[in-house]
Design a protein around this ligand. Structure first.
Ligand SMILES: [Zn+2]
Length: 137
């Protein structure tokens, strides 16, 4: 199902990241974890950067984390997005660092270490992508 008001582009799905986007479409945040050394592997890739193993499983994450770093993007603008875009690196509580967007927060309100939680926003093709909003304490 598509929504003509939704303009965010669909993710680039590959053989390596298909499990991640399939979970996101169902509003679940997951990551690969090496079954040999148990180190998380994100972004998804065939081989463990820690031990070299090709063995992996997929673990569901809490979606809770904190802002590690962020930047406010003004240009160049793509009509598919609302500007300014708040791009952020989020450290999830399981130890996975993920690139995403912050939503529902003004640039002047963003702080390093700010607690955040995942929500999913729809894409033009009926999928969903994880973004993060501030957790009110
Ligand atoms: Zn490993």
């Amino acid at each position: 199902m598509t929504d003509s008001a939704v303009t965010r582009p669909d993710p680039m799905v590959t053989q390596d990241n298909e499990f991640f986007w399939e979970a996101a479409a169902h509003h679940r945040l997951v990551a690969q974890r090496c079954t040999r050394c148990h180190v998380f592997r994100h972004p998804p890739r065939p081989r463990c950067p820690h031990c070299g193993s090709f063995e992996t499983d997929v673990v569901e994450l809490s979606g809770r984390g904190a802002v590690y770093s962020w930047a406010v993007l003004h240009h160049p603008q793509n009509p598919a997005f609302d500007y300014p875009v708040k791009a952020a690196l989020i450290d999830l509580e399981e130890g996975v660092r993920i690139v995403s967007n912050l939503v529902g927060v003004e640039p002047g309100e963003i702080e390093i270490g700010m607690p955040v939680s995942v929500i999913f926003v729809p894409t033009a093709g009926g999928n969903a992508v994880p973004v993060f909003e501030a957790v009110t304490r």
